[in-house]
Design a protein around this ligand. Structure first.
Ligand code: PLP
Ligand code: LYS
Length: 430
């Protein structure tokens, strides 16, 4: 289905009601512009899904998808939590105004310093990933004479239909305690026996950019079966079943993602059914959406520069950004759509690859794309770039990372400055 491309009276593409050409002029390019209303709308839909199902729940924004102080502030004010996966994310989340109690700390190799930081700052929940971490966290808690609310991350042995690099729930995954081999039971025994840990429940995250609900339903059912067995064996009843994130979004018009509210309802229904079947008390359901909160709200604005045409071979239209601000096409073969900002409805006039300015042949943002006629200076808006773009950006070729702008209520606000050349040498010693 073709998505709606909003334009103003001059026919220019608009973001949150503002003229994208004006935004490009004011903030320069490349810039990633977020329509804040879209972020808020997604959060509201997630909440509505749970509210309609009338279950206990907790939504934690997976801030690895996109974070900045302004984003953490927005999340805090939206009344949901956030998950963090490093000391750096934890630091920024606290600076951005997140209540530490609303934070979940994830990671498959948390360092002692990171665990100390989490414990010192009273992070609400630590998602324990492996045996090394059980011991390390125990040491940290013992030293500080504290306790921690934890969830055990489990690898449920489920294959999600997505790119191999972003699939995480399969048995051969670096994340979590393996269910089938008995590792998970051993981790539960160990943590239940230690009064430093309060085990709230279990966690699984099967992967990212998933369209089908089957994997989530399968994971939920499998975990409920294990929980039920653990109730018998260890007299342990989980208060929380955290099913992670991974809800797919629309990158191109070929993508047909499910509304996030429906995703929630289908998952909750599956857990309800299992809870009834097993006579297991309904746990609170927690989720951790990242991409689906910010992905479609973000648009990357680029300016066209050079081009190359080789008769019978192909054409390249180069823009002033590329793999440094969006590695996803090069890393995952991810596909995107783009529009010509000055006239998104202009007729298709060329088939060209939209390429970046980095010294790599793989620096292709959109391959062999049917697009209107372009000239140097034109602004191209690449759609759905709000997740895993800026946060995975690099300074490759010493290109500065882009600026980030939030648009809301007809106003644009710079929330991350474009890096300067000076910023890029600030840690260097001559
Ligand atoms: C543990 C965990 N939770 C949540 C997420 C967020 O996933 P997504 O951005 O696909 O919603 C991820 C990333 O895949 C993750 O590893
Ligand atoms: N970086 C990936 C998602 C990783 C999810 C984190 N576990 C992407 O851009 O699609």
């Amino acid at each position: 289905m073709k998505r709606e491309i909003p334009v103003n009276s001059e026919g220019h593409y608009t973001i949150g009601g503002l003229d994208s050409l004006e935004l490009a002029k004011e903030f320069g390019t490349p810039t990633i512009v977020y329509d804040v209303a879209k972020i808020k709308e997604q959060i509201a839909k997630f909440k509505a899904g749970f509210e309609e199902e009338n279950v206990k729940y907790h939504i934690s924004y997976a801030s690895k998808a996109f974070s900045s102080l302004a984003m953490y502030d927005l999340v805090a004010k939206s009344g949901i939590g956030s998950d963090v996966v490093s000391g750096g994310e934890l630091y920024a989340a606290l600076k951005g105004g997140m209540d530490p109690q609303e934070l979940e700390f994830h990671g498959n190799n948390k360092s002692r310093a990171e665990l100390e930081m989490a414990v010192d700052s009273n992070v609400g929940y630590i998602i324990v990933d492996n045996f090394y971490e059980i011991d390390l966290l125990n040491e940290v808690l013992t030293e500080k004479n504290k306790t921690a609310d934890i969830l055990l991350r489990l690898a449920p042995g489920i294959h999600a239909e997505t790119h191999e690099y972003i699939s995480t729930g399969q048995a051969k995954s670096k994340f979590g305690f393996d269910l089938q081999s008995g590792q998970a039971s051993e981790a539960l025994e160990k943590t239940l026996a230690n009064p430093r840990f309060k085990v709230l429940g279990v966690h699984s995250h099967i992967g990212s950019q998933i369209f089908a609900t089957a994997g989530f339903v399968e994971a939920a059912k499998k975990l409920m079966d294990f929980l039920s067995a653990w109730k018998e064996k260890y007299d342990f009843t989980a208060e929380v079943l955290n099913l992670g994130g991974g809800f797919g979004i629309r990158y191109t018009d070929q993508d047909e993602p499910l509304d996030v509210k429906d995703f929630v309802k289908i998952i909750v229904e599956a857990v309800k059914e299992k809870s009834k079947e097993l006579n297991y008390p309904m746990p609170a359901i927690w989720i951790e959406p990242g991409r689906s909160v910010v992905g479609e709200a973000g648009v990357s604005l680029y300016t066209v520069g050079s081009r190359k045409d080789v008769e019978g071979v192909g054409s390249f239209v180069a823009v002033d950004g590329g793999m440094g601000d969006n590695i996803r096409p090069a890393l995952y073969g991810a596909e995107y759509d783009a529009v010509l900002a000055k006239d998104p409805n202009a007729p298709i006039a060329q088939n060209a690859s939209i390429v970046g300015k980095y010294c790599e042949s793989g620096d292709i943002l959109i391959k062999d794309y049917d697009f209107p006629k372009t000239e140097p200076g034109d602004v191209i808006a690449m759609l759905s770039t709000g997740a895993y773009g800026y946060v995975m950006a690099s300074n490759y070729n010493r290109n500065p990372r882009p600026a980030i702008v939030f648009v809301e209520d007809g106003k644009a606000r710079l929330v991350v400055k474009r890096e300067s050349y000076e910023d890029m040498i600030r840690n260097e010693i001559l």
